[in-house]
Design a protein around this ligand. Structure first.
Ligand code: COI
Length: 355
């Protein structure tokens, strides 16, 4: 168990209007920090005022992108209590990220304790307007000043918190997605299955292209054949075709999303068949033409459940469910957010109370 030192901010920032939070614009008064030094391990866990950090310009994170991050949320329930959603899953995923890019692992219980303690300190920042939450961003950076390529010998683990509303401007309305067939996101043996900043840097050119064409995000195809659908910029993606659900397997190139995993569990509980398999984009476009592509939705912590109303692949456009949110997409959204905001009994045991 961490012995977290508290050196909290003496001043309090003005809180933003909860009706206009959007995503990732505001930060709370304090943040969590813990250091790592080779030979000593993780040490000096503390909560300090939210502030700039000072790093040597040669810090390895700036040059070789040895960095990991996570995203999870704290929710205020109707009775005023605060809860997290499956924080241990984020902690475990961070460990798998760290194994791949040679960062020392943060113990699961320390990750969860750090997040819970910061949320407890920042209780007043958890918004209560519908569809809002306190987004938590745990991340680790390599801090050793060294220009040779090797794993850093020092790191910082930090958690910052940001009150948020919907990730997309569209809110819960369907989004338009552009299928990227020029650049790829991940190849087998690479880093597609982990959450590291470099994956997102490499996605920006496609995202800008998609935005310029009027699309919210890109849908990535596999990096070998550019044929099979994988994931969207900031979410996993599901297709309902002829009554069955399909989503890409997370073996190697796709991020194992916590919301993805939770949706699969819910869909199976409701009796649906969910196939985690490679599905070709041409088969999806054909299903759309044949009237069999019933629903498409993305899943993610930031994006929650996001209905997809249009897919563009090359010069072809598939309009899904008349650009309306599908019934199961809506049911998943209602169930998942119902559990998260404490409106529905948590039969799945997914929520964790913050004292
Ligand atoms: C999340 O859903 O928490 C993410 O990390 C996606 C992010 C890139 C906004």
């Amino acid at each position: 168990m961490l012995n977290i030192k508290m050196d909290l901010s003496k001043t309090k920032k003005e809180k933003p209007d909860e009706k206009n939070l959007s995503f990732g614009k505001y930060y709370t008064d304090n943040m969590f920090i813990m250091d790592y030094t080779e030979g000593k391990g993780w040490h000096d866990p503390r909560i300090v005022p939210y502030q700039n950090i000072s790093l040597d310009p040669a810090a390895m994170v700036f040059h070789y992108a040895q960095e990991s991050f996570e995203g999870l949320k704290a929710y205020k329930t109707a009775d005023g209590s605060i809860q997290l959603f499956r924080p241990d899953k984020n902690a475990e995923r961070m460990q798998s990220t760290h194994k791949r890019i040679c960062i020392p692992e943060v113990p699961v219980e320390d990750f969860v304790q750090a997040v819970k303690t910061l949320v407890s300190v920042e209780k007043d920042w958890v918004p209560s307007e519908p569809e809002t939450s306190l987004y938590l961003r745990p991340f680790v950076i390599a801090t050793e000043a060294h220009l040779g390529v090797k794993p850093s010998s020092t790191y910082m683990f930090m958690v910052i918190a940001s009150p948020v509303g919907a990730y997309y401007e569209e809110g819960m309305n369907p989004v338009k997605i552009f299928v990227e067939d020029e650049y790829v996101r991940a190849t087998p043996g690479g880093t597609g299955f982990i959450k590291c900043g470099g994956n997102y840097a490499a996605s920006l050119a496609s995202q800008v292209k998609a935005h310029d064409l009027g699309y919210s995000q890109v849908l990535w195809l596999d990096g070998v054949e550019r044929k099979y659908v994988e994931e969207v910029g900031s979410m996993n993606i599901f297709f309902k075709i002829d009554g069955k659900f399909y989503t890409a397997p997370t073996s190697g190139t796709v991020l194992p999303g916590v919301t993805r995993m939770s949706c699969i569990e819910l869909l199976k509980k409701w009796g649906y068949e969910v196939k985690e398999e490679h599905i070709a984009i041409v088969d999806i476009m054909k299903a759309a033409k044949d009237g069999k592509l019933e629903e498409v939705f993305g899943t993610g912590t930031a994006a929650v459940i996001s209905p997809v109303g249009e897919l563009r692949y090359e010069d072809e456009i598939a309009r899904i469910n008349d650009f309306k949110t599908g019934d199961i997409t809506q049911k998943l959204y209602d169930t998942l957010t119902g559990i998260q905001w404490g409106k529905i009994k948590d039969d799945m045991n997914w929520t964790v109370k913050v004292d």
